[in-house]
Design a protein around this ligand. Structure first.
Ligand SMILES: [Zn+2]
Length: 72
């Protein structure tokens, strides 16, 4: 994930799972609630301070849980 992609996701109102999400959030509440506490906390790190990596880890977890489909 690039910085531009991370920023675009923050400004998007669609979660990776297809549900609506609030601006400036990484995922919708549903997806967010499925992550472990440490993964939730990690998503509040700043971009370029580890955020992109943590976002990809969270995404991998959501794919494993079946919430998010594999990237096309
Ligand atoms: Zn979602």
């Amino acid at each position: 994930m690039t910085k531009a992609e991370a920023l675009a996701n923050f400004k998007s109102e669609t979660c990776a799972c297809g549900n609506g999400k609030a601006l400036l959030y990484s995922f919708c509440r549903c997806c967010y609630s499925r992550l472990s506490r440490s993964q939730q906390t990690a998503l509040w790190r700043k971009i370029d301070m580890g955020y992109q990596e943590d976002h990809m880890t969270a995404l991998a977890t959501l794919r494993r849980l079946g919430r998010v489909k594999e990237a096309a």
